[in-house]
Design a protein around this ligand. Sequence first.
Ligand code: PLP
Length: 398
Amino acid sequence: MRGTFAVIDTRAMEDNVRAIRGVLRPGVQLLTAVKAGGYGHGAVPAARAALAGGATALGVASLEEALELRRAGIDAQVLVFGRVPAVGLPVAAAAGVDVTLTSDWATEGVPPCSPALRVHIKVDTGMARLGFRDTAGALRAAEFVQSRSDMELVGLFSHLACADDLASDHAPRQAERFAAIVNAFEAAGLRPPQVHLANSAGTFRSASWHHDLVRVGISAYGLPPSADFPVPCTLTQAMHVYAVVQRVAWLDEGETVGYGATFRTARRTRVATLPIGYADGYHRVLSNRGQVLLRGRRVPVIGRVCMDQMMVDVTDVPEAAAGDVATVYGMAAPDVWNGGALQARTGADVAQWICDTFRAHQATQPSVLSLTEVARAADTISYELMCALAPRVVRLYV
Ligand SMILES: *Cc1c(COP(=O)(O)O)cnc(C)c1O
């Protein structure tokens, strides 16, 4: 093993989904977004955990992502949020995948579908991304779907742009616009069984936005929609990333570290090298800004983050040594992993041992480096860091 790995806590995901269900209006269904490989956690394990926690549907960005779930034997409702071109529609129908009618394929000439294609109509109430811009267009699309014997009108939805910003009235305005469109559909006798609007932030912000179904992503992975957002239930971060210290060395005062020599030591400095870099998803913007946990303490990233490696200053952690495990995101590495214990194990046994010791220490390991905090240092959001975790980072599922 290269010494870089992620522990994905699928039980935490399951518990998160169950906790979110607890704040829904009675009877409201829950869809979990597992697009982008389950926000970097792995689409199939994330989907299974969400379903185990009580989700009844899954959301993906593309037909290809939907088919990956079907190939894994997942037969729950799957909705493709993005536009599926007309040629893909018979494929979606055959796989029983729900698609979004975003504006245009109504006029493209849709090939016959069998069994009936399950369609959700998307309306643009203030995101300016996809969907019908006006009620009349959305109603015409619904009539088109109704007119086809090989299509079934299943849903009507919109997406909130600013639900996490409690100071903004953008989301309430979108919700009002959406409610008016739902009323128009009802008046025309076209109300589909699944009306949905809320993402994680919208779900937590107002029960009146739940309609028939909520679509949660980030909260299922255990993170708040934004740093200070008040989440009304307990969430646990599911992604934990670790890197085994490759080398520890003493530098003299005045030496420089890394490409571009952007860090110069102001004292004799002990530097530790970690096998994780921007190609693993640890963004280069965290050069001289990020922190990791080592032996229970925070240590700063010094110098530029390289493609495959980076350096941290461990001068203040005198016991730090090669073979220790640094926590890049998530729960502090259990002490039993340190001192080369992890690298001493070989073969299939190491993965099981990591999972077992992770679980054993979870309850007593209070210190956590949250993705929200690292994202703040990187001037981005936790979503982006999760999705950036590269395929080459081995994921261990507990
Ligand atoms: C990704 C996505 C969601 C989930 O949003 P979160 O903020 O992660 O809860 C919901 N709806 C749509 C259309 C999405 O693309």
